[in-house]
Write a protein of this length. Structure first.
Length: 392
């Protein structure tokens, strides 16, 4: 099989990266020491090639109403331009098609970033829903750009208009864009050093906000538990941008450290911690699911009809060994399974995320099957580490 390549592929090889097959993409796993790369991000900053992630623009009339129906989280939380929202996109049966981030830029433009391995499936699903469900649902009036000030009757009038004209949407895969994540306590200052023209628009961004800076679209929505920026820019300019960051002292970081960083930060990885067979309520994502409002969304009925029997917890290994995905977890309430596990460079202990019976409590001791041995682990609250420090 021919692996897909990002625009930075040749650069990674020139920098001595060890390349691996990552979901059909030829990607750098490390450039030497994975442990050193991990500490580099926690203590200073590093840059990640995330060009394999897909940027999707949803534009036109009725985009907000469409996202209300498409996503488990409520797009009405996006109340000002630049605000971002993390959500799951669900199947009617309640399983997770993908987890994604949406950015509200205007009532006619929402930007969506989806995972690499699910991008084609995601876009096909979005387009299918946009065509099959071309009208907004009752009792969900738009709230942006003055709509919140309208009376209920006036909103009803807008709703009737929407029913008549449907959602006028375009869903576009932005294959012309590349993305580089710069993460760590010194990340933002390094980005401003390289592209100082973006500082005025981005220095006041809070967590989960973004700014459109013309050639650069810059978001503060990291995946490592550290501060930083995700920079989207024209694909033709990404090699020069990567080299300029490197010359400014930003070191490249591979997928190995990216995985231990996100695990310490308690962030899910699609395909490991959740997938189309797993409810978000059993994947530690209940906070991203809006079941309280009257708004309907794809998968809501299934979630209400099937209360969770399991939950996602953190594990800290008490014995010697390393926790890994798919290892069985034995509790007094039944069996569970590790979804993601690794050695934590920050804590210098082995940690994991595990799906276990919902009766398991923080502080419980469980047993994990590792190479035919039963090793003790403590159930802990995650995240395990953020902002350069361990949290346990």
């Amino acid at each position: 099989m021919t692996l897909k390549q990002t625009p930075l592929n040749a650069v990674h090889r020139a920098m001595g990266a060890k390349m691996v097959d990552f979901g059909g993409w030829d990607m750098p796993v490390n450039y030497g020491s994975q442990i050193d790369e991990h500490h580099q991000v926690r203590n200073d900053c590093g840059m990640f090639d995330v060009c394999h992630m897909r940027v999707v623009d949803a534009k036109g009339e009725g985009v907000r109403a469409f996202l209300r129906y498409l996503l488990a989280n409520n797009a009405d939380k996006l109340t000002f331009p630049g605000k971002a929202l993390y959500s799951a996109m669900l199947r009617p049966e309640g399983g997770v098609i993908d987890d994604l981030i949406i950015y509200f830029m205007s009532e006619q433009w929402f930007r969506i970033v989806v995972n690499a391995g699910t991008a084609d499936k995601d876009i096909a699903w979005m387009k299918q829903q946009a065509s099959q469900h071309a009208n907004p649902l009752p009792n969900t009036p738009p709230v942006g750009e003055g709509m919140a000030a309208l009376s209920p009757s006036a909103r009803g009038g807008r709703y009737v208009e929407d029913l008549e004209k449907g959602w006028q949407l375009t869903i576009t895969s932005r294959d012309d864009l590349a993305m580089v994540a710069v993460q760590g306590p010194n990340a933002r200052s390094k980005v401003w050093q390289v592209i100082p023209q973006t500082k005025a628009a981005t220095e006041n961004l809070q967590n989960f906000q973004a700014a459109d800076c013309g050639e650069y679209f810059i978001a503060r929505t990291g995946y490592t538990g550290e501060d930083g920026f995700e920079v989207m820019l024209p694909k033709k300019n990404v090699v020069a941008f990567w080299h300029e960051l490197n010359q400014a002292g930003v070191k490249p970081i591979g997928l190995g450290a990216r995985d231990t960083l996100r695990l310490e930060a308690g962030m899910n990885l699609y395909g490991q911690d959740m997938d189309e067979t797993i409810s978000p309520l059993e994947a530690g994502m209940a906070w991203t699911v809006d079941l309280k409002s009257e708004r309907d969304f794809i998968g809501k009925a299934a979630l209400l009809a099937n209360p969770p029997t399991r939950k996602l917890v953190g594990l800290l290994l008490l014995d010697r060994g390393v926790l890994r995905g798919h290892q069985k977890v034995h509790t007094t309430h039944g069996e569970g399974e590790i979804t993601s596990g690794s050695f934590s460079p920050t804590l210098e202990k082995s940690i994991a995320l595990a799906r276990v019976p919902k009766e398991v409590e923080i502080g419980d001791t469980v047993q994990v099957s590792i190479r035919d041995k039963m090793l003790a682990a403590k159930v802990v609250k995650y995240p395990f580490a953020r902002n350069g420090k361990g949290l346990l």
